[in-house]
Design a protein around this ligand. Structure first.
Ligand SMILES: Nc1ncnc2c1ncn2[C@@H]1O[C@H](COP(=O)(O)OP(=O)(O)OP(=O)(O)O)[C@@H](O)[C@H]1O
Length: 813
């Protein structure tokens, strides 16, 4: 900048000189003979200093001149003037300053930044005093006025004497130079006016410069202040930075410490929960045993007592019966004696009557009439005998009735008189004890109910501590027809197996050696080839239980085709039948605790990004559109145009699986290996209500058999198969994305459920309010090694995801 300014000023200086030269019109002068031009220049040099009041110019002086101008006239030495140099300098400075000012002024005028404005260190070369006093005008006036070339001579010396070429010679100027000098005078006047204008401009410019300088000074002061402030801020910034660094280090230390502590607390809590669980289990068992024992005792006691009472009663009854029989016998003999007596009486009467008849027969003739009377008397007596016999029969009947009444009376008397008090006391005691037993049983039930609630809570706490997404691995056995198994080992097989190690494919190292890397993967549980479905189910049974407790549960089977997904999920003893059987049994058990459950099952297939109903009619497959609707308020998924079967017995699930399998087989004829190329989702909705506590729970169990996970380049698919594979890859990668987003998203963050039909269907069963378990199925064959490693890597990624705490969907009605 400065250099530019310097150059500029230099140039300006040169230019400042230029107007003078231009005004002397060198081009014109070039037309003048050289000799004449030199003389004119000298003349020009001399006229500026010829006025007595103006000091002489002390510039270089020409000493040469053409000799033919020399005359004999004596040379008059013009007086040397000491102020001349000064004046010259002033004029030169004015010229330079004016031209600069003109230039700068014009720049400023055109809206450009002046040099003074931009450069606070700029010092105008022109002295201020010079710029302030425009003294040049009178001087020049005088110069012009006092010019020796003016015709009327005011100075007798000049008017009378011929002009000299210079002061060192006596050469006189010829007269014909006057015209030329006048022209120069005119040019000089023009130049002078220009100079005056320039000087005025320079004055204005100086005022502007002063303003700008003061502004520059102010700005300098501000800049200095700002620099101080800036330095202060920088030092503060440094302090803050160092402070921040130390805080960060402290924070990291605290975080580390906190992580350790949290792990400790978690471990401790887990141990405590496990202790509590086992203690609770023992307590429950003990209480059950005690309850059974108490019930058995009470039952035995009551039975003994009842047996004893019955025995006593039977004995009493036998005594009474014996007594009654004896009494009846006595009464019968008495009655018989009475009847005999009556008969005897009658017989004696009859004999007396016959004697009388004999007497009377003899007297018959005598008393014939008397005989008729006797006959009538006999008839009467016969009637009397019939009457007496009827009376006897009636007496016997009465006797029987009396016997029964007697027996009843005796029983009553016996009951009332003999044991009535003791019996009623025994009954009262029995009743009281029974009431006590019922109350104890009620209390035991209440306690059991509370224990059940506590168990559910503790179990779900354990589940939460274990994390809401769990991953287990299962390696299927090698079939007889298969050869070349891969080298898969289970390092911690003797304990709870949680690790699987796979020997990778052979690779060549940089040095050309054959290298085989071993890959190890850890999961929540690893099942080897010898494991059975029952063993696998044991691990997930508690998760299945959660669905009854009101959670949404999702269990996936992931892996390449033929790795054992369907065997694990839908075979006769697979997870689906076992889970439904457990839910059924548990729902029955919970009935005594007041719970009533309704269970509805659906089976949906996701094939080529469309939903199919596996429980519908096989001819509707790929034709009837199943729609999935979400109720965002209730966080529920509803299926339209899909059959839902009420599970009203444990055998129902077999029917469901059979129908689904039949439909898949029918579909398989349309597109080969349909089951491997589609996802199947068994959905069991469980709604429970508790009449005692007023609780209500809604849970869903989703058991998902995913399509084969082999990659596109491996399947070498084309056409429809290519489309299938693309859809499978898309939906599986969307599932990974959703799990990943659930693991990393903050609450309310976006989860891409809508990116595939599978994740859309499972929207409310994947995520914060649900529990997820993924089985990664592994083929044991060397040929599938690459796919095995890919599957295990995917599963590890899922295993490393932590999804937020699940919430139970329980309502109090
Ligand atoms: N744990 C196991 N024990 C015994 N046999 C098994 C086991 N796992 C799988 N198999 C057998 O391996 C074969 C392939 O299993 P499966 O059909 O379940 O595989 P998949 O992964 O479901 O394949 P796809 O994707 O085609 O449905 C079947 O014959 C099955 O009976």
């Amino acid at each position: 900048m400065h250099r530019e300014d310097d150059d500029d000023s230099e140039r300006t200086e040169r230019k400042g000189v230029q107007p003078f030269l231009t005004s002397t019109n060198l081009s014109d002068m070039s037309r003048v003979p050289k000799r004449v031009f030199a003389a004119t220049q000298k003349r020009a040099a001399s006229f500026t200093v010829s006025h007595p009041g103006i000091p002489r110019v002390s510039g270089p002086r020409a000493v040469s001149s053409p000799s033919h101008f020399r005359s004999n006239t004596p040379v008059i030495e013009e007086p040397a003037d000491s102020g001349c140099d000064d004046i010259c300098a002033r004029v030169e400075a004015l010229t330079v300053g004016a031209s600069k000012a003109g230039k700068r002024g014009s720049r400023v005028g055109r809206g450009m930044t002046s040099d003074y404005g931009s450069n606070p260190f700029f010092k105008p070369k022109l002295p201020a005093s010079l710029l302030r006093q425009p003294t040049t005008t009178p001087i020049r006036q005088q110069q012009v006025d006092q010019s020796p070339y003016r015709p009327p001579s005011t100075t007798p010396r000049r008017s009378t004497q011929a002009r000299f070429v210079n002061r060192f010679t006596n050469d006189r100027c010829p007269d014909f130079y006057n015209e030329r000098m006048e022209a120069m005078e005119r040019e000089f006047r023009t130049f002078k006016e220009k100079m005056e204008t320039d000087v005025r401009e320079a004055t204005d410019y100086k005022a502007t410069i002063q303003q700008l300088q003061s502004r520059v000074t102010e700005l300098e002061a501000i800049r200095a202040r700002l620099e101080i402030v800036n330095k202060g801020l920088e030092s503060e910034l440094d302090d803050t930075r160092s402070c921040l660094k130390s805080v960060k280090m402290e924070l990291e230390m605290i975080q580390q410490k906190h992580t350790f502590e949290v792990d400790d607390v978690r471990r401790r809590l887990r141990n405590e929960v496990e202790d509590l669980e086992s203690r609770h289990r023992k307590d429950t068992d003990r209480m059950e045993r005690e309850k059974d024992e108490a019930e058995r005792k009470i039952r035995n006691e009551l039975e003994g007592r009842i047996d004893k009472l019955l025995k006593e009663h039977n004995e009493e009854l036998a005594g009474l019966r014996k007594k009654l029989d004896a009494d009846t016998e006595v009464e019968r003999s008495r009655r018989a004696q009475e009847a005999q007596k009556l008969e005897d009486e009658y017989a004696s009467k009859l004999r007396a009557a016959a004697l009388d008849a004999d007497v009377k027969q003899r007297e018959a003739q005598l008393v014939h009439g008397e005989l008729v009377n006797v006959k009538s008397e006999l008839d009467r007596e016969r009637n009397l005998k019939a009457g007496l016999q009827a009376q006897l029969t009636e007496a016997a009947t009465n006797n029987l009735g009396l016997d029964a009444a007697n027996k009843a009376m005796k029983e009553k008397i016996n009951f009332l008189e003999s044991d009535s008090q003791a019996q009623s006391e025994a009954f009262n005691d029995l009743h009281r004890r029974m009431q006590d037993a019922i109350e104890a049983a009620e209390r035991a039930h209440d306690k059991l109910r509370q224990e059940e609630t506590l168990r559910r809570k503790l179990f779900n706490q354990v589940q939460e501590l274990k994390g809401n997404i769990r991953v287990m691995c299962r390696v299927r056995p090698t079939h007889e027809a298969e050869s070349e198994p891969a080298q898969i080992t289970f390092p911690d097989n003797d304990t709870d197996s949680k690790e699987v190690s796979v020997l990778g494919p052979n690779k060549q190292s940089a040095t050309g050696k054959d290298v085989t890397a071993a890959y190890s993967y850890a999961f929540d549980r690893v099942f080897g080839p010898v494991s059975q479905n029952g063993e696998v189910f044991e691990e997930i049974s508690q998760l299945v239980q959660s669905a009854l407790d009101g959670y949404n549960v999702c269990i996936f089977c992931y892996g390449q085709t033929g790795a054992g997904k369907t065997y694990t999920m839908s075979s006769a003893d697979g997870m689906i039948p076992r889970a439904t059987a457990q839910i059924w049994d548990e729902a029955q058990r919970l009935q005594e605790k007041g719970w009533r459950y309704t269970m509805e099952g659906s089976f949906i297939e996701v094939y080529n990004e469309t939903y199919n109903d596996l429980l519908g009619r096989s001819e509707d497959l790929d034709k009837k559109k199943v729609e999935v609707r979400h109720d965002a308020a209730k966080k529920q998924t509803n299926l339209e145009n899909a059959v839902s079967v009420t599970l009203d017995g444990p055998g129902r699930v077999e029917e469901i699986l059979e129908t689904a399998s039949k439909n898949r087989t029918v579909a398989a004829t349309k597109a080969n290996m349909r089951s491997s190329r589609s996802h199947s989702v068994f959905i069991l909705k469980l709604v429970g209500t508790n009449d005692i506590t007023g609780e209500r729970s809604e849970g869903t169990l989703n058991l998902v058999d995913l399509a084969g996970s082999e990659r596109l380049e491996h399947s070498k698919a084309e056409g429809a198969r290519l489309k299938e594979t693309q859809n499978i890859n898309k939906s599986l990668s969307c599932l990974g994305d959703v799990i990943n987003a659930l693991g990393s998203a903050k609450e309310g963050g976006h989860i891409p459920y809508r990116n595939s039909k599978l994740t859309y269907l499972l929207q409310y069963s994947l995520g914060g309010n649900s529990k997820t378990l993924m089985f990664v199925m592994v083929s044991p064959l060397q040929a599938h090694l690459q796919e095995t490693i890919t599957s295990l890597k995917f599963a590890t990624k899922v295993h490393n995801t932590h999804i937020g705490t699940a919430k139970k969907q329980t309502k109090s009605s």
